[in-house]
Ligand binder design. Structure first.
Ligand SMILES: [Zn+2]
Length: 238
């Protein structure tokens, strides 16, 4: 065979290999796991944000009640100071202050119950948040492992791809530009069988037998001339 055609066939083999490697690269098993775990983590984050928002709502109400309790306690301290500070002399006045202390105490106790209510509402949410955090931690660890595996597998395939590309450029350098261009065009349509070898009385890519005249023409053509099979359109070398 005319050496440039031998090299062209080699280019075609390497192109097929490149296509296979590229496909294998997209189908690395760890790639799917990375996608699944990333989606899982996003879902956990979404759930956490939702629960956290609800919890923050209860937390704000709790804080309001706690502030109110603090205000009431400050009031109690002040009244107690007034009552026992020695400035109150009339029993009537003392009685009023004592009644006030009792009233504020009752009110404080009501508000304290409300604080506890909010705390109780927060409890199951805190438990859920903790559970989700643990889940996220596991998913994150698995994601890390899957990403490492993916990077490793990609690295191996990329090394192979680089080697095949180097080979291809070496082989392609021996093929005339117009032949290579014709091959590239045919490859769009015929993929890995853009260029075929004349076998006996047939183009090996032909779905049908090559017409006798075409075979005759092919056989008579100079060995360094490439032509297209009129039956299927593939490039034929011999
Ligand atoms: Zn053909």
């Amino acid at each position: 065979m005319h050496p440039p055609f031998e090299q062209l066939l080699e280019v075609q083999t390497l192109d097929t290999k490149l296509a296979q490697l590229t496909h294998t690269r997209t189908e690395i098993p760890a790639r799917e796991r990375v996608a699944v775990l990333t989606a899982e983590l996003e879902e956990i984050d979404r759930q956490k944000a939702e629960i956290q928002a609800e919890r923050d709502g209860f937390g704000r109400v709790q804080k309001r009640h706690e502030d109110e309790v603090a205000t009431l306690e400050a009031k109690l301290t002040k009244i107690n100071d007034d009552l026992y500070g020695g400035t109150i002399t009339s029993p009537k006045e003392a009685q009023i202050l004592q009644e006030e202390i009792a009233a504020i105490g009752r009110h404080r106790s009501t508000i304290e119950d409300k604080v506890i209510e909010q705390m109780e509402l927060c409890e199951p949410l805190d438990a859920q948040l903790e559970e989700l955090s643990a889940k996220a931690q596991t998913a994150q660890a698995n994601l890390g492992a899957a990403e490492a595996e993916l990077a490793h597998d990609e690295g191996e395939i990329d090394t192979d791809i680089d080697a095949v590309r180097t080979d291809r450029s070496v082989q392609a350098s021996g093929v005339p530009e117009d032949v290579l261009a014709a091959y590239e065009r045919a490859r769009v349509e015929f993929g890995s069988s853009a260029v075929v070898v004349l076998q006996g009385t047939n183009c090996s890519g032909c779905p049908l037998a090559m017409p006798a005249m075409e075979v005759d023409r092919a056989k008579k053509a100079p060995a360094d001339q490439m032509y297209s099979c009129e039956e299927c359109g593939r490039l034929v070398v011999k």
